[in-house]
Design a protein around this ligand. Structure first.
Ligand code: ADP
Length: 250
């Protein structure tokens, strides 16, 4: 369980990115975080794997105080949490399978990682992960030969190879056309349902959030203004999250 208790995040310049966040997310939930640009969506999910430090309150994952971790314990903790970005973050000049295999590097002895030597078990796991997202036949194609949707699937396979308990996805479909965005959301949904991995996804497209996710968290100026089932989100709630708001320049 991910638990935020009165969490605040103040940036070094004094700006309060998050204020009084209280949340409990059970294992296996599929949660969309929606809000205007600059509302704090990215800040919120990045506190969970300590890409950002919280500055007040308590944040725990399965009872572990995230702020108490450092060095090796933090690295081990982060292995349980996959991260997916809008820009895919692949090594584009190499093959798909090699991209997925990089998931194993943190656990490998240095001499194997130095030479990129992977064992049969790692190769099988990488191929299985590609199979789960339906692009096994692309394993030996260079990543830059793939479409945006396929590249995001490779990123998802790389994350799955890590055997995560939680996946954090920061605007994973923002760079994709509507049809491809739906396909990638289908992948997230299938992974959530089949593997019981918790998924938290920041998403600009409200229609996709409501269609695919079971729970929606609406955030505005660093505060939660809605937290509930996606099928209860109506115009009044959307107004609370978005109305009269200024989209920040990004
Ligand atoms: P969102 O993901 O909803 O677009 P962010 O979480 O990226 O929003 O940002 C929330 C707010 O925090 C924004 O107003 C942004 O300008 C501010 N912010 C983000 N990073 C920093 C930083 N490093 N220093 C100061 N303010 C920041």
């Amino acid at each position: 369980m991910i638990k935020f208790e009165d969490v605040g995040k103040k940036y070094p310049n004094g700006y309060e990115g998050l204020k009084h966040i209280n949340l409990e997310i059970e294992q296996g939930e599929f949660v969309a975080i929606i809000g205007l640009s600059g509302a704090g969506k990215s800040t919120l999910i990045r506190t969970i794997n300590r890409m950002h430090d919280v500055t007040s309150g308590s944040l725990t994952v399965d009872g572990t105080d995230v702020m108490s971790l450092s060095g090796r314990s933090l690295r081990r903790f982060r292995r349980k949490i996959g991260m997916i970005f809008q820009s895919f973050n692949l090594i584009t000049r190499t093959t798909v399978i090699k991209n997925v295999l990089t998931a194993f590097v943190p656990d490998m002895p240095w001499h194997r990682s130095l030479f990129g030597i992977y064992n049969e078990n790692e190769k099988m796991k990488a191929l299985e992960a590609l199979d789960k997202v339906g692009i096994l036949e692309k394993a030996f194609v260079r990543a830059d030969q793939l479409s945006g949707g396929q590249q995001q699937r490779v990123a998802l396979a790389r994350t799955l190879a890590q055997n995560p308990q939680i996946i954090l996805a920061d605007e994973p479909v923002a760079a994709l056309d509507p049809v491809t965005a739906n396909q990638v959301m289908d992948d997230f949904k299938r992974i959530n349902q089949d593997m019981k991995i918790s998924i938290l996804i920041n998403i600009h497209h409200v229609d996709l959030a409501l269609k695919y996710c079971t729970r929606v968290i609406g955030i505005r100026a660093g505060e939660i203004v809605y937290d509930g089932p996606s099928d209860k989100v109506d115009k009044e709630i959307l107004d609370k999250i978005y109305m009269g708001g200024q989209e920040e320049e990004v």
